[in-house]
Structures are given as structure tokens and as C-alpha cells.
Design a protein around this ligand. Structure first.
Ligand code: ZN
Length: 231
């Protein structure tokens, strides 16, 4: 167990599992979210709800869960051109990446989080980046994340460590990890409260949670949950 960590917390499934992971390993965990002009605010509104439920359900973790921060990164919206910030259909683009790709997003998130961590005296960042996602976002690759950590360590003249517990595992293993960390109570909390859907749909409830059921993010979440349940 080491001192403090700062978790990149979006309110989605992956970062909520990472929150449990961080709370199991660090004495104190702060969280940071980013308002970058997402087309759907449901992830941002889920964040305080999830933090409140974690506190209420897991007293040991509640004692370690510290300040939450939300930082504006509207520059990403101003740059635009992504299905996550503009009214663009989510599909495979000509460059072989989904139109949901937000160029530079994770590098900017890590840079901003490291700067906040610097102010807060926190050198350990935790993020839900995952190489095995269907999307193949280049800024989710381990090489990108660790090269960014190296650049930030140089830029701040002190070590920045980035922990990515989901980097090499698939969605079924992510559900399994949630169960190992917090039992069925955590699995249920994630099903009920986290938002993955690209449409931000909270009106349709499935056994794997809320979502439109048709977008790539919903399909990935549903398939992962199915595989986890049948394992
Ligand atoms: Zn959806």
C-alpha cells in the first residue's frame, strides 16, 4: 500500500472498476473528471452518484476516498470533428479509426491530471485505458500511455507513474475484476450506475445496465457481460 493516487474518473464502467482497484491499493484516492463538451452529459452526472454509492456501500473504501475534481477541457469541443463532441454518426472512418476517436484526448487527460497531481502532491495516476478495446484508439495503447508518463516525468522534474489495470484484459475480465475487488455489490453498482453508451441513454435497462443497446459501446459492454456471466 502506498500513499496517494489520482484516478481519471469518467463515470464509466472501466474507470469505476479502476476506482475500486485504486481504493484497494492506496491509502488515499482523489478523483478527476473532465468536461470536454461531451455530447451527452450523463457520464458527468453519473460521477457524483457513483462516488456517493461507493461511500455508502464500502465503508473501508469510503475512509480512503478523498476529493473529487472536475476540470474543463472545452478545447476538445472547440477542435471538434468527433462523434463524441459533435453530431456525427459513429462509424469506421477512412483512416481506420472510429469517428468516436477524439484526437489527443488521453494525452491531454494525462497531462492535466499530472499537473493537478503535482499541485496535490500525488505522483501516481490511475486510468482505465485498455488496448484490447475494439476501437484501437492509438492513445489507449500502453506504449502511448507510458511514453506520456515519461514525458510528464521530465516536464515536471519528478516521477509520474501511470497505472492502467485494464490495459491487457477484455470486458469480461473487467467484470470479473470488479467482482474480485468488491463482490456482487460492486458488480451491481456498476450495472446500475455507470454509463458506457455513446448515446448517453439511461432510459433502457438491460441485465448489463442502461444504454441504447445498439451503439458500439453498448454492444461491447453487453458482449463482455454475457461472456462474464457464462464463464
Ligand atoms: Zn448505446
Amino acid at each position: 500500500m502506498s500513499a496517494s493516487a489520482l484516478l481519471l474518473f469518467s463515470g464509466g464502467q472501466d474507470s469505476t472498476v479502476c476506482l475500486a482497484w485504486a481504493l484497494s491499493r492506496f491509502d488515499r484516492v482523489e478523483t478527476v473528471g473532465f468536461d470536454y463538451g461531451q455530447r451527452h452529459a450523463s457520464e458527468l452526472t453519473a460521477r457524483p452518484r457513483i462516488l456517493q454509492k461507493i461511500r455508502a456501500t464500502f465503508p473501508d473504501w469510503a475512509a480512503r476516498l478523498d476529493a473529487d475534481h472536475v476540470l474543463p477541457l472545452e478545447v476538445l469541443k472547440a477542435i471538434g470533428g468527433s462523434a463524441l463532441t459533435d453530431s456525427i454518426t459513429i462509424e469506421m472512418g477512412e483512416n481506420g479509426l472510429p469517428t468516436s476517436f477524439v484526437p489527443g484526448r488521453n494525452v491531454m487527460f494525462l497531462t492535466t491530471a499530472a499537473a493537478l497531481g503535482y499541485r496535490r502532491g500525488i505522483a501516481d495516476l490511475v486510468g482505465g485505458m485498455c488496448e484490447t478495446d475494439f476501437s484501437g484508439y492509438p492513445d489507449c495503447r500502453d506504449e502511448t500511455v507510458q511514453a506520456t508518463a515519461r514525458a510528464l516525468s521530465l516536464a515536471l522534474a519528478q516521477e509520474v507513474r501511470v497505472h492502467t489495470p485494464l490495459m491487457r484484459i477484455d470486458k469480461a475480465a473487467t467484470w470479473k475484476l470488479a467482482e474480485e475487488l468488491g463482490g456482487t455489490a460492486l458488480v451491481e453498482l456498476i450495472v446500475d450506475e455507470t454509463v458506457t453508451c455513446y448515446e448517453g441513454d439511461r432510459t433502457h435497462r438491460h441485465d448489463w445496465g442502461h444504454g441504447c443497446g445498439a451503439c458500439p459501446a453498448c454492444e461491447l459492454r453487453a458482449a463482455g457481460f454475457e461472456k462474464y456471466k457464462s464463464a
